[in-house]
Design a protein. Structure first.
Ligand SMILES: Nc1nc2c(ncn2[C@@H]2O[C@H](COP(=O)(O)OP(=O)(O)OP(=O)(O)O)[C@@H](O)[C@H]2O)c(=O)[nH]1
Ligand SMILES: [Mg+2]
Length: 238
C-alpha cells in the first residue's frame, strides 16, 4: 500500500465550512484532557488561550462566548490544570490551556502540567492561532516573551490581549498598549495587540473578529488511509 500520511501530496483541502460564519457563542464544553493524547483528533482548526496563571484566560473565554459558566474562574491562581476543549463548530475548537508561571504550586504538579502545555504547543498541527493573555498592569514577563517569540518563530499568528484593562485609567491603558505594541513590532511577526476587559467587555468585538477569522479558514486534513486509494479499490472490485 502507498505511503499516505505525512506527505504533502497527500493533503486534501477540506471543503469550506457549510455555514462559514463562526459564532463563538455556540461554544460547548467537549472535554478536559491531562495531556495531548486524550484530545480530539488533530484535525480542523484550534485557537488556544495561553498566559500566566490568573491572567484572565478563562474569564476571557466566558466573555467571548457570552457564557458565564463555560470555563471555570477562580481567585486561586493555577485553577486550570487541564487542557479544556470547547467546540464552536464541527472541527473548530477553542482551547483553554493551563496557566504558566505560578510559583506557589508543588513542583511535581507544575512540571506535569507545563509538560502538557509544551507538548500541546509543539505537536498540535491544528493549532492555527494563539491568544496570549497578559494582565495589562504586568505584561511581557519572561515566560510571556518566550511564548511570543516561539509563536513568531513558528509562524503562528498571535493575538495579545492585555487583560483587566478596567483596572487602569483610559490614559494609562493607551500608553500600555502602545508600549507593548512597540516591543512586539520589533519581532516582525503576525501579532496583534488589544486592551481587554472581561468585566466591561472592552476589546470583545475586536478579539472576536480576529479569532473568528482564524477559525473560518479552510483546514488541511490528512486523507484517511483508505480514502481514494486506487489500490484498495482494485482489491474490492476484482
Ligand atoms: N477586574 C477584572 N478582573 C478580572 C478580569 N478578568 C479576570 N479577572 C479576575 O482575575 C482572576 C483570574 O481569572 P481567571 O479567568 O480564572 O484567570 P486564568 O488565567 O484562567 O487563571 P488560571 O486558570 O489559574 O491559569 C479572577 O478573580 C477573575 O475574576 C477583568 O477583565 N477585570
Ligand atoms: Mg483558567
Amino acid at each position: 500500500m502507498k505511503e499516505k500520511r505525512y506527505n504533502s501530496e497527500n493533503f486534501k483541502r477540506e471543503k469550506p465550512l457549510s455555514s462559514s460564519k463562526i459564532h463563538l457563542s455556540k461554544a460547548a464544553f467537549t472535554l478536559s484532557a491531562p495531556d495531548i493524547r486524550r484530545l480530539p483528533a488533530d484535525a480542523g482548526i484550534e485557537v488556544a488561550f495561553a498566559g500566566r496563571s490568573n491572567a484572565g484566560k478563562s474569564s476571557a473565554l466566558n466573555t467571548l462566548t457570552n457564557q458565564r459558566g463555560l470555563a471555570r474562574i477562580s481567585k486561586t491562581p493555577g485553577r486550570t490544570q487541564l487542557i479544556n476543549v470547547f467546540e464552536v463548530a464541527e472541527n473548530r475548537r477553542l482551547i483553554d490551556l493551563p496557566g504558566y508561571g505560578f510559583a506557589q504550586v508543588p513542583l511535581a504538579m507544575k512540571k506535569k502540567w507545563q509538560k502538557a502545555l509544551g507538548e500541546y504547543l509543539e505537536k498540535r498541527q491544528c493549532l492555527k492561532g494563539l491568544v496570549i493573555l497578559m494582565d495589562i498592569r504586568h505584561p511581557l514577563k519572561d515566560l510571556d516573551m518566550d511564548l511570543i517569540q516561539w509563536a513568531a518563530d513558528s509562524d503562528l499568528p498571535v493575538l495579545a490581549l492585555l487583560t483587566k484593562c478596567d483596572k487602569l485609567s483610559q490614559g494609562k491603558r493607551s500608553s500600555e498598549v502602545l508600549a507593548v505594541k512597540k516591543v512586539l513590532e520589533s519581532l516582525n511577526a503576525d501579532i496583534k495587540v488589544q486592551a481587554f476587559s472581561s468585566l466591561k467587555y472592552t476589546g470583545k468585538e475586536q478579539a472576536d473578529g480576529v479569532i473568528c477569522e482564524w477559525l473560518e479558514q479552510e483546514a488541511e486534513e490528512y486523507l484517511l488511509p483508505d480514502e481514494n486509494d486506487s489500490d484498495d479499490v482494485d482489491e474490492f472490485t476484482k
